[in-house]
Write a protein that binds this ligand. Structure first.
Ligand SMILES: Cc1cc2nc3c(=O)[nH]c(=O)nc-3n(C[C@H](O)[C@H](O)[C@H](O)COP(=O)(O)O)c2cc1C
Length: 162
């Protein structure tokens, strides 16, 4: 699938099948994440956590009374260390976006997740289980897995040409 097709097919998947993604697919997706642009080229200020452990996923799931990652069998947490330039959110979003498109290109479902991050940060016992390096803060979650159907919607954003 070429890039434009992946962009056209990507959607936020909120219904995952139980089937886990392959290690090979995961590795391609993570590599795509690492190829994202990062402000000042400070890749050492970024960290990726892959959660596939069912017990930990269930524990995170149980933190809220509504679904925050839709039972995605793979939950990727992108964390960053703010070096004073305030680029941690932008950098994490860039990394996340590459993973979403790579997942789509591999025929997988994916979703950008914000709510799950707030929950993890509120629950220190879960945050500690991520074992993040010192000063790193979780910024973006990405859910990955096989989608149960497509929910693609076309969007538009107003453009001014000057
Ligand atoms: C910064 C950001 C935060 C988001 N957080 C969540 C979230 O916590 N839960 C969720 O279900 N979707 C979340 N989304 C997905 C958006 O709702 C979704 O991208 C948007 O509605 C457009 O739909 P589409 O991705 O299917 O094209 C988030 C997207 C972005 C970019």
């Amino acid at each position: 699938m070429d890039l434009f097709e992946a962009i056209e097919k990507r959607f936020s998947n909120r219904k995952f099948l139980e089937k886990q993604i392959s290690d090979e697919g995961l590795s391609k997706i993570l590599k795509a994440g690492m190829q994202a642009p990062v402000g000042r080229g400070k890749y050492e200020d970024m960290h990726i956590t892959v959660i596939q452990n069912k017990d930990l996923l269930d524990e995170i799931s149980s933190l809220a009374d509504r679904s925050v990652f839709y039972n995605a069998p793979t939950l990727v947490i992108i964390s960053a260390r703010d070096d004073g330039h305030g680029l941690d959110k932008e950098n994490s979003a860039c990394v996340a976006m590459n993973t979403l498109l790579a997942a789509t290109a591999l025929g997988l479902g994916s979703i950008y997740l914000n709510l799950v991050i707030g929950l993890i940060k509120e629950h220190k016992e879960v945050l500690n289980k991520l074992n993040l390096p010192k000063e790193f803060i979780p910024i973006v979650g990405v859910g990955l897995g096989y989608a149960d159907g497509s929910h693609f919607k076309e969007h538009s954003i107003e453009i001014d040409y000057m």
